[in-house]
Design a protein around this ligand. Structure first.
Ligand code: SAM
Length: 303
């Protein structure tokens, strides 16, 4: 018996013959052949940056749950949040990728939204991801997204997103789809700064875009640690990073003690110098007194 009908059915199901942007739940969000790859890049990036099942994760423009199909089973119930204007993508993502049972079990939250109304969830997020969103958005939309992200980020929140790097930034006012639009990195950094956030480029796989890491300025010291985490296989990272944190805290406390000791040393040194000066003055006075006594004795002897 030939396997042809089954293969054909699978081809149709996976949208293998569709082009990016076509009305198929996989093709609509990008090249169907890379559907699984993109999901793993995002998932491993988040894990490398310390994501655990207890964290709350917001997937901006979650599409057909390409990343959601890994995040929803991984996270504890109610911890996955997604926004998306195209409701049919979420519905087909649930039907073909995630399954209603998983939805019932993990109770993710979805918001039909095209205005980056991230604060509508009334929640703060530990991780936020916007995969292939800024590469279609106008600068006003990116600005709005960053302003809203700042509202739902706590001190240690991590926001990762992709953008298409170019020498000139897109100047239009419209969302562009399925085409993609470029931005100069410094223009996105400026928009992030205006929203009160810090933005850095990071090295992580993507077909044609670059990754950005966005955090609160209070967490600036944490950037080095996060970047170090990206060079370690994710499975080790969640064990390694807390250890490094612990050793760094110990080094910091030893350095603090060293600073205190050298300050005390300086004070002692100053006291020591004062005592030496005083002893010298005493010596001089003593010499003067014995000189006077000698002169007095000579006078008496002359008489
Ligand atoms: C290239 S796809 C990426 C989807 C998903 N992030 C992923 O990586 O699979 C872009 C997605 O953004 C959605 N979108 C369109 N306008 C949007 C908006 N204003 N805010 C958020 N998402 C939007 C599209 O419907 C589409 O699902």
């Amino acid at each position: 018996m030939s396997n042809k009908p089954i293969e054909l059915e699978l081809d149709n199901r996976l949208g293998r013959h569709y082009s990016p942007g076509d009305q198929h739940y996989r093709a609509y969000v990008g090249p169907p052949a890379d559907y699984d790859l993109v999901a793993t890049w995002v998932f491993t990036l988040l894990v490398s940056l310390g994501m655990r099942e207890t964290h709350k994760v917001l997937d901006i423009g979650c599409g057909s749950l390409r990343v959601g199909r890994l995040l929803i089973p991984y996270l504890l119930p109610t911890n996955y949040y997604g926004t998306e204007p195209e409701d049919w993508l979420i519905q087909e993502g649930i039907q073909y990728e995630v399954g209603q049972d998983q939805i019932d079990l993990k109770k993710p939250s979805f918001l039909k939204d095209a205005n980056f109304s991230l604060s509508s969830f009334n929640s703060q997020f530990d991780y936020i991801v916007a995969q292939s969103i800024f590469s279609h958005a106008s600068s006003n939309q990116i600005a709005q997204c960053l302003i809203e992200a700042a509202r739902v980020m706590h001190t240690n929140s991590i926001f990762v997103c992709t953008f298409l790097k170019g020498d000139k930034s897109y100047e239009g006012d419209e969302w562009v789809y399925p085409g993609i639009v470029p931005y100069r990195p410094e223009d996105i950094t400026n928009l992030a700064e205006k929203a009160g956030l810090l933005c850095r480029q990071i090295n992580w796989p993507h077909q044609n875009q670059n990754w950005l890491l966005i955090i609160r300025p209070e967490n600036e010291k944490g950037i080095e640690r996060l970047e170090r985490g990206l060079s370690i296989p994710p499975l080790f990272n969640n064990r390694f990073v807390p250890l490094v944190d612990k050793y760094e805290a110990e080094v910091e406390s030893l350095q603090q003690k060293l600073r205190e000791t050298s300050r005390q040393n300086q004070l002692l040194q100053a006291d020591h110098e004062k005592l030496e000066k005083w002893a010298l003055e005493m010596q001089e006075q003593l010499t003067a007194i014995s000189g006077n006594r000698l002169r007095l004795l000579k006078k008496l002897l002359k008489r």
